[in-house]
Write a protein that binds this ligand. Structure first.
Ligand code: ARG
Length: 257
């Protein structure tokens, strides 16, 4: 796992040096290359916070279950330091700030690179659904290559930035299937497993702080923001946990957590 992160950082470094043109699109967007939006358009989006700071995104699955990325929770933050803000356009104010009763990381996460990067959180008290808080159904079949998807979050606007936008951002991306993403069309090769799905559009991507958040296509959750080499780097799509491959795990564990 650590080795993997180092390899990715090296890839990012090597890419960052000579391809300044390729880096340009990162400079003019949010998420990367997106637009500011409001929670009413994406009412399943939540902000996962540790000790008062936005850390990751997530999606409302039911009135008390949130879906996020395993790597967002794998450092085992104390439960008492975790909060979920739902129903707000801004990560740092508004909506409702909930405490967390439990979380569960996919049992196979950490065994094979970033495979199975999914986790669920049980809230201490159920959410009240409204125009700004609504669940999103899970995909049961993966969208095909070229399907249009939208990714939302409060992540950085460009690779390497330390600053998070306070207003929710959205970006439209083209889905890249697991097979295509691992092919030699793109740069990852064997780093892509069958619990991953990708999305790629020149100059647009999710980025640090978007992890755990939703990629939605056709009205269902098709991906959970997971990893990438930098953000919006040419030939390196954003990589997402493949919800169609992992939905049974979410459904079963949501009943027992
Ligand atoms: N791992 C990042 C996070 O924790 C998300 C990175 C997504 N990267 C990308 N190029 N799409 O927030």
């Amino acid at each position: 796992m650590l080795k993997f992160v180092i390899v990715l950082s090296v890839v990012s470094y090597v890419l960052a040096a000579p391809t300044s043109e390729g880096l340009q699109p990162q400079l003019d967007g949010r998420i990367v290359g997106g637009v500011a939006t409001t929670i009413s358009s994406f009412p399943w989006q939540i902000s996962l916070q540790f000790s008062g700071s936005h850390s990751c995104g997530g999606s409302v699955y039911s009135e008390n279950i949130i879906v996020t990325a395993a790597h967002c929770l794998s450092d085992y933050p104390p439960l008492s330091a975790i909060r979920v803000r739902a129903g707000s356009t801004y990560w740092n104010s508004g909506g409702i700030l909930s405490q967390v009763a439990a979380f569960k990381i996919h049992e196979l996460y950490g065994q094979d690179g970033m495979s199975n990067d999914i986790a669920i959180i049980r809230l201490a008290a159920p959410l009240k659904f409204s125009s700004t808080i609504k669940p999103i159904p899970l995909a049961v079949t993966a969208p095909p290559d070229g399907a249009v998807a939208v990714v939302t979050g409060w992540g950085t606007k460009r690779s390497g930035s330390q600053t998070l936008p306070t207003q929710l951002q959205a970006v439209n991306l083209d889905v890249v299937s697991s097979e295509t993403c691992g092919s030699d069309i793109y740069g990852y090769g064997e780093g892509i497993s069958d619990t991953m799905i990708c999305a790629y559009t020149t100059g647009k991507d999710s980025c640090q702080g978007d992890s755990g958040g939703p990629m939605v296509s056709g009205g269902v959750l098709v991906g959970v923001v997971s990893w990438g080499a930098g953000c919006a780097f040419p030939n390196f799509p954003g990589v997402y946990a493949d919800v169609a491959a992992l939905h049974t795990w979410v459904e079963n564990n949501a009943k027992t957590i």
